[in-house]
Design a protein around this ligand. Structure first.
Ligand code: ADP
Ligand code: ZN
Ligand code: ZN
Length: 815
């Protein structure tokens, strides 16, 4: 028999796959899409088989697959194709792409142990006998001694390194006294068989009454069930189930038992609305598209409160009725609950099949949800960005809610955009992509205006509710009157007071978390910077420390200037923590809470605060952007925005777009119930068009003005951009490599592409690394891709490490 090989994608930052031999015993199982455990250097890694092959790359020693992890391939052929597309389009290491697509490998755990070698043991015994070991430190010798007492073996963990200087373990290993060994252990997890209706009756004989009961239960009422529940609910014998299994009426598979907490509160019934005219015509257009049964993209542009969710739900219902599946992407974890809950209420009872996928789930929870989808038990998936990789089959519809949101862009490798991947996936699977937004991204609206996407517009709020009245508070005037710089202007103060007296609710938005976002010295003007990044440290008063919001490093709050030792340090720029404190001072009786990444660290905290606000247990909710999105609070009559300018001043061509979106989204949170809403936007630049158009809530006017700017400046949607960063902890390396790379770029500049740089990146230092930047602009994506892949090949032949070069295709920010 000829030896079989396969190419495996491994989670390492390299742009290649790796070839492994398939041992004969594993031959029947190994196929594309299956996860395998393979030896890699001195470790074992979980990877996914991309293809089978009979040839091997020359001159490499081929090792064997250790273990196959799946019964059915984790990834479907379509997902394999999607992964390859992502790797080539975003120029991302293929293994890291597939790492992002795979479920957590909860079925195994890798244990590492330190083992004393023979020479290590000899040495330790010598030391015990009193011989002085000149070439070992006391601590190292003691460690060998400890190993000897432990019969030569120790689990590798924090505890085993106690008392050791860093690197000592590695040194002992290098000199052959110790070995680090790895073992793979299956995780002991309780498994159970789950039964589902398969419906292929053996020849002859109509299904009996009991079979019919089981069919109804498994197919329509409840979905797949484990044996004990099935026996109880259907009132049948185990023997019958086993017979039906043999006859092909049922199928079963193994699932872990670990109880997964149901994220949805029970007893929730969603409001049942009949669609209004606007919704109806949007839904008709979506349905007409389904009838075609082919790939298409629709942009549902519906003002805030126009009832997009309702249209989504009907479209999903329609998709399911056609025997297909749906994925709904939302920009925030909190929104998975809000939309997931409605999906569950609509489809749960009939299909028992709504899965929720997001990063706040534990590995076990995520794996379980993931396999529920893979096994076909869940046919609707609601989730954040990576849920676009949900392994549904027979995909009919992908919804991307709030498609303009920057959270769809992953800002680490692989740097993909969830919305764009959603469109590609829909194309691969002949499905419909439905992008929804009240403030579509420039790119999407441009495509719709050009006829590349179909535009569906919902211009009215449900029940003809008015959009909230938006007013500008000019902070320059406020300052002239009060001579105080307070984050809360007189107008905003009066507005909140009014809310309190009417017992309605107020939302107050601020763009930064923390207490003050800068610490400055009055004597020398220095600001306290992060030791790893070129960025100011943010003061967190409640935790009494400074934090870097980019790398997470912390420092003590300085009593004197770190540069000139002056005592006159002052804290500058209010953050959410500061704002909350002020509101408490100004409105002593009010019930106030804050929602930002510091107060909502877990989904429970998130839900608790949102729940308390929704139920009326709070009067004022202070928070960052996370408040602006999607939530539907009925009793909010006032929304205050502390500073519209903060996002305008960033060195970023999307600054205006982002500001407009944020202000419009925020304004949309007011006046959603029966009560009319009011929005107060505080700003120093009331004449900026992003602010002006947001006040009028005139998306189209903004779109036209911004489009003009983009055309003049040659920015998307008129060109494609790529940002290339060369980075290294060593400044000289970063400079040398970026200069060398510019030798490759220079001759291409001006030939259908503009190449700017190398320049110091706006964030010149990040997480200890120095960063130099090239910006590539071309009206033709194909030109961009060609030059970028050329650049990466150039790096390989010029000893510029792959890990030092970061490519960001279609970047959202240029920091
Ligand atoms: P959007 O996402 O477009 O901002 P939502 O989908 O959140 O708007 O809907 C806004 C509110 O209108 C929700 O409270 C929803 O229950 C309600 N709603 C939706 N459709 C209708 C309808 N046809 N009639 C009455 N109320 C509706
Ligand atoms: Zn100073
Ligand atoms: Zn930092």
């Amino acid at each position: 028999m000829t030896q079989l090989y396969c190419n495996v994608a491994l989670p390492v930052p390299l742009r290649t796959t790796f070839t492994y031999a398939v041992p004969e015993t594993l031959c029947p199982q190994v196929q594309p899409g299956i996860r395998v455990l393979v030896p890699f250097r001195k470790k074992s890694l979980v990877g996914v088989v991309l293809e089978m092959t009979k040839t091997v790359p020359e001159g490499t020693k081929i090792r064997e697959i250790q273990q196959v992890l799946d019964r059915v391939p984790a990834l479907t052929p379509k997902l394999l194709e999607l992964g390859r597309w992502i790797a080539s389009y975003y120029l991302a290491p293929i293994g890291e792409v597939f790492r992002a697509m795979l479920p957590p490998a909860t079925e195994i755990s890798l244990k590492r142990r330190i083992v004393l070698t023979d020479s290590g043991q000899a040495l330790a015994e010598k030391w015990k006998d009193g011989t002085t070991l000149t070439d070992l430190t006391e601590a190292e010798a003691e460690f060998l001694q400890r190993m000897l007492e432990k019969k030569g073996e120790l689990a590798l963990g924090a505890g085993s390194k106690r008392g050791m200087i860093p690197g000592a373990l590695e040194r002992l290993e290098r000199r052959g006294f110790l070995e680090i060994r790895e073992t793979v252990e299956g995780r002991k997890r309780k498994m159970q068989y789950v039964f589902a209706w398969k419906g292929k009756a053996a020849a002859g004989g109509k299904p009996g009454e009991k079979e019919e009961r089981i069919r109804v239960l498994l197919e329509t009422e409840r979905g797949p069930l484990p044996m004990p529940q099935l026996l109880k609910l259907a009132q049948v014998s185990r023997a019958l189930i086993e017979r039906m299994l043999r006859d092909g009426l049922l199928e079963n598979w193994e699932e872990p038992i670990d109880p997964v907490e149901d994220p949805f509160e029970t007893g929730y019934t969603p409001p049942a609305h009949t669609l209004n005219e606007t919704q109806e015509s949007a839904f008709k257009a979506i349905r007409a598209r389904f009838e075609l049964g082919e790939f298409g993209v629709q942009l549902l542009y519906g003002v805030t409160g126009s009832g997009k969710t309702e249209v989504y739900l009907r479209s999903i219902q329609d998709t399911l009725a056609r025997g297909k599946t749906a994925i709904v992407l939302v920009p925030e974890i909190a929104l998975t609950l809000w939309i997931g809950r409605q999906c569950r209420a609509w489809f749960g009872a009939r299909f028992e099949g709504v899965a929720v996928l997001h990063s706040a789930l534990s590995d076990v929870e995520r794996a379980q949800e993931w396999w529920r989808v893979r096994n076909g038990a869940a046919r609707v998936v609601v989730g954040t960005r990576s849920a676009i990789f949900a392994p549904v089959e027979n995909l009919g519809l992908v919804i991307v809610d709030e498609e303009q949101e920057s959270s769809y862009k992953q800002e680490e490798t692989p740097r993909y955009h969830g919305r764009d991947v959603a469109i590609v996936r829909a194309k691969l699977e002949n499905a419909l992509a439905l992008l929804g937004s009240a403030t579509p991204s420039m790119e999407s609206y441009h495509h719709a205006a050009n006829g590349k996407y179909e535009l569906l517009t919902m211009g009215l709020r449900v029940e003809n509710r008015n959009l909230a009245a938006v007013e500008i508070v000019d902070l320059r005037e406020d300052f002239q009157q009060t001579q105080k710089t307070s984050p809360i202007s007189q107008t905003l103060h009066a507005g909140i007071a009014e809310c309190l007296s009417f017992r309605t609710q107020a939302l107050v938005l601020i763009n930064r978390r923390g207490y003050s976002w800068s610490v400055l010295c009055r004597s020398c003007g220095a600001s306290v910077q992060c030791v790893n990044c070129s960025i100011s440290m943010t003061h967190h008063k409640s935790r009494n420390r400074l934090e870097c919001h980019y790398c997470g490093s912390i420092q003590a709050v300085p009593k004197a200037c770190p540069k000139c030792e002056s005592k006159f340090v002052y804290f500058f720029g209010e953050g959410s923590e500061h704002l909350e404190e002020r509101l408490r001072k100004e409105f002593p009786g009010a019930r106030i809470a804050r929602l930002d990444r510091d107060t909502a660290r877990t989904k429970q905290q998130y839900q608790e605060t949102l729940g308390a606000f929704a139920s009326g247990a709070l009067d004022i909710l202070v928070g960052t952007q996370m408040l602006a999105k999607g939530h539907d609070f009925q009793r909010v009559t006032l929304v205050g925005v502390i500073s519209a300018d903060a996002s305008l001043s960033l060195p970023d061509f999307r600054a205006a777009e982002r500001t407009f979106q944020l202000l419009t989204q925020v304004a949309g949170r007011a006046g959603r119930g029966e009560l009319p809403g009011r929005v107060l936007i505080q700003t120093y630049y009331p004449e900026h068009y992003a602010v002006e158009d947001a006040v009028r809530q005139d998306y189209l006017a903004f779109y036209e003005r911004e489009l003009h700017f983009r055309r003049m400046m040659m920015y998307p949607p008129f060109t494609s951009l790529a940002n290339v960063i060369v980075r290294n902890a060593n400044l000289e390396n970063a400079i040398r490599w970026s200069r060398r790379l510019s030798e490759y770029f220079a001759p291409h500049d001006g030939k259908g592409i503009r190449i700017l740089g190398p320049a110091s990146a706006p964030l010149a230092r990040l997480k200890k690394e120095h960063r130099y930047q090239f910006l590539l602009k071309s009206p033709k994506k194909s030109v961009l891709t060609k030059i970028l892949s050329g650049a990466l090949a150039f790096c390989d032949t010029n000893e510029i490490p792959q890990t030092a070069v970061l490519v960001d295709m279609d970047p959202l920010t240029l920091l």
